[in-house]
Design a binder for this molecule. Sequence first.
Ligand code: FES
Length: 127
Amino acid sequence: MTTRIFVCVSCRREAGGESEVSDRPGAALVEAIESRLQSGGHADLSVVSVDCLAVCRRPCTIALCSAAKWTYLIGDIDPEQHADEVVAAAKSFAASDNGIVPWRERPLSFRRGVIARVPPLAHEQAK
Ligand code: FES
């Protein structure tokens, strides 16, 4: 089953300092993830850019999605620091039955950055 890593390429990140310079880190994150996926062993993972995931204050933002699994929305991802962790999290997500990744398998950026998890369409009402 395919797992998609959606990456917002519209998020703006302040570059710091007193200037009002900002950049869009999403494109660099897509590139960094693509390069890791091309290294092999990740046939079930793909990365797809998206314009906005409505979490614009947590650049950059990603979503881990797969049919019939919970979806995770994660923010504060830095392309220079977290690309390996995103791929590791996506691998754990892909290996899970329902998309819920055990806490011990979550990289630090995943633990700190989780904004929401959304149930799959066929999810049954909680009792
Ligand atoms: S611009 Fe990235 S989540 Fe809205």
